[in-house]
Design a protein around this ligand. Structure first.
Ligand code: NAD
Ligand code: ZN
Ligand code: ZN
Length: 344
């Protein structure tokens, strides 16, 4: 089969021929219908060899959807042809976190060398994808896999982040979204669907700000040195009740902190190498700083249900497998509007 691989440290991703995978006991083979392209892949491809925890080459793609092509011995509950989304943050299934469906926080994944598809295990930007357990499949039913495959990460990750802050997003509150790309443009829609808060979006690109307004942001502002002051003005001097940083770079983490009010949540989702200074007198009283990762299996079911009800709709650009390297180039250049999805 054909697959998009990151071949070696520093090299560009390439389409290659690899052996067709076959499902072992308990595993499921999917014929991939759609696979999303995430900025985290670019972060992985920017890592030095010493920081990589898995060997190369790596088949990319941690947002996957497909139809069931074959079931390994003992894999039950799905039929050939079923349309499914893949829950990506695979865990051991047994530890205290996994027992709660929070495989994203599996306590034993590192020790057992369990990696998500596309982030260590062979990923979804390929004609076929091997899924380690039926536990990691969620039925899509009638949902369009192409428009909804990004929800497995670009939907699930902001959903998990936002859900924890909902008690603070009361009437009259403000939520700030920094970075309105793949995750951010879904975050805006989730905030509008789940809370009465006023949503202020910040980005560095005018076309991203236009997308932010289109998907429901009340305000869309340039993310520059004046942005924090504008957010303070918009919140009558209070600062925001919740700030979600989908860039996570040093300037955006500083901006996130500067936009935050007393008793706010500052949630750093982006993995841009930034970190916050937290302490008495440094941060607003009782502000909580978090850096969450992906989301739980139950939350993926919830996000897909929101899509079914029409509360979130991902803006997608589609590419063939042969064009997949171009999708990564465009993402790297900040040119993707919404999410790039590969149709292998
Ligand atoms: P993306 O490239 O689609 O979107 C990033 C957006 O940020 C773009 O619109 C870009 O214009 C904007 N941006 C860049 N610099 C900015 C600045 N200084 N101020 C404001 N906006 C700025 O990326 P994505 O796929 O949505 O991923 C977003 C981040 O989240 C990445 O760092 C990714 O690795 C990370 N991520 C984290 C998790 C997690 O579980 N924590 C999961 C998925 C992705
Ligand atoms: Zn991702
Ligand atoms: Zn576990």
């Amino acid at each position: 089969m054909k697959a998009l691989q990151y071949p070696a440290v520093g090299a560009a991703p390439v389409v290659v021929d690899v052996p067709d995978p076959e499902p072992g006991p308990g595993q499921v083979l999917l014929k991939v219908t759609a696979a999303g392209v995430c900025h985290s892949d670019i972060a992985v491809m920017s890592m030095p060899a010493a920081a990589l925890r898995f060997p190369l080459p790596l088949t990319l793609g941690h947002e996957g959807a497909g139809t069931v092509a074959a079931l390994g011995d003992g894999a039950t509950g799905f039929a050939i042809g079923d349309s499914v989304a893949v829950y990506g943050p695979w865990g051991c299934g047994m530890c205290h976190m996994c027992a709660q469906g929070k495989e994203n926080y599996c306590l034993r994944a590192a020790e057992l060398q369990i990696f998500p598809p596309g982030l260590g295990a062979p990923g979804a930007i390929a004609q076929y994808l091997l899924v380690d357990s039926v536990r990691h499949l969620v039925p899509l039913g009638d949902l369009d896999p192409v428009r909804n495959v990004p929800l497995t990460d670009a939907g699930l990750t902001p959903y998990h982040a936002i859900k924890a802050s909902l008690p603070k997003l009361v009437g009259g509150s403000t939520a700030v979204v920094i970075g309105t790309g793949g995750l951010g443009h879904v975050a805006i829609q989730l905030l509008r669907a789940l809370s009465p808060s006023r949503v202020v979006a910040l980005d560095v690109a005018p076309e991203k700000l236009e997308l932010a307004r289109e998907v429901g942001a009340h305000e869309a502002l340039m993310s520059d040195e004046t942005a924090a002051a504008t957010v303070k003005e918009l919140t009558r001097g209070r600062g925001a009740e919740a700030v979600f940083d989908f860039v996570g770079a040093p300037p955006t983490v500083a901006l996130a902190s500067a936009c935050a009010g007393v008793e706010s949540d500052v949630t750093i989702v982006g993995i841009g190498g930034g970190s916050a200074q937290v302490g008495f007198g440094v941060t607003p009283y009782d502000a909580a700083f978090r850096a969450p990762y992906w989301g739980s299996r139950a939350e993926l079911v919830e996000v897909l249900d929101l899509a079914r009800d029409g509360d979130v709709s991902v803006h997608v650009e589609t590419y063939s497998l042969a064009e997949a390297p171009k999708a990564y180039e465009r993402l790297h250049a900040g040119q993707v509007r919404g999410r790039a999805v590969i149709l292998p």
